[in-house]
Ligand binder design. Structure first.
Ligand code: IPE
Ligand code: IPE
Ligand code: MG
Length: 250
């Protein structure tokens, strides 16, 4: 395959997919099951989607699993969700590590149960040299919180003059430091809003909304989203033909 062809091919696979995994509660309700059964089914599905991403050659997968606003939910649901993340790390980490998956966390650590904080940190540490797939768990994550947090750190560490505050500097202090912006953001369950997810990073992402509830969003559904992405024209504010010339210039 010529270099030109391979570039064309790679352009069709998003390097970074971010997913707002929504609809677990409705999935459970439709089956007359408790909400936790929906969250567990959602977790099972994540395992399948991680594998599909490695198969399709996606390099970064970010999943929105617990938002800074999800603290508004009843305590038993919150406790159950924290327990699920803890169990997933216990149960899946060794296998994910063997498969070359690197785990990262974005979101605020403070406020999480201390034992869970330790578990997340050690999972991140254990897998830090893996590079087959970077799995980024957004847990206790909110974009506004992230941006405020970034400014606090910038002021503390850099004490910059106003003109020294640049987009690069802000990006450097976000939880996503070093991670390329998502190419494709998927939200399941029919809702069409960001719910405070990756506001800074997704300005030029392609958004894809599907009515499928997260536990039912399978490999085929992901493939369909990737195909739809491949048909989009990304212009980044420029003009497509001109851009194309730059990308495909010999
Ligand atoms: C998404 O499913 C998971 C989390 C937000 C933790 P929901 O729990 O929001 O499910 P619905 O939206 O009520 O169906
Ligand atoms: C967004 O879903 C957050 C996650 C999927 C973790 P929500 O269900 O919390 O969002 P809203 O409340 O419908 O906007
Ligand atoms: Mg929801």
């Amino acid at each position: 395959m010529s270099e030109k062809e391979s570039k064309t091919k790679n352009r069709k696979i998003p390097q970074h997919i971010a997913i707002i995994m929504d609809g677990n509660g409705r999935w459970a309700k439709a089956r007359h099951l408790p909400r936790m059964a929906g969250h567990r089914a959602g977790t099972e599905n994540l395992r399948r989607i991680i594998r599909a991403c490695t198969e399709f050659g996606v390099k970064y997968l970010t999943v929105y699993a617990f938002s800074t606003e999800n603290w508004k939910r009843p305590k038993d649901e919150i406790d159950g969700l924290m327990q699920i993340l803890s169990d997933v790390i216990d149960r899946e980490l060794v296998k994910l590590h063997e498969e070359g998956v690197q785990m990262r966390h974005i979101g605020q650590m403070e406020g999480l149960p201390p034992a869970l904080q330790e578990k997340i940190k050690s999972a991140v540490e254990k897998t830090r040299n893996n590079d087959r797939l970077i799995l980024i768990i957004a847990w206790n994550y909110g974009s506004r919180n992230e941006i405020v947090h970034a400014f606090q750190k910038i002021l503390l560490k850099e004490a910059p003059n106003p003109e020294e505050i640049t987009e690069e500097l802000v990006s450097k202090y976000l939880f996503t430091e070093g991670i390329p912006d998502p190419d494709l953001v998927i939200r399941t369950s029919g809702e069409m809003r960001t719910s405070n997810f990756l506001l800074w990073q997704s300005v030029y992402s392609e958004w894809y909304f599907t009515p499928i509830l997260w536990p039912d969003f399978d490999r085929e559904a992901l493939q369909k989203a990737i195909i739809a992405y491949g048909k989009r024209e990304r212009r980044f504010g420029g003009r497509f033909k001109q851009q194309k010339k730059e990308i495909y210039a010999d």
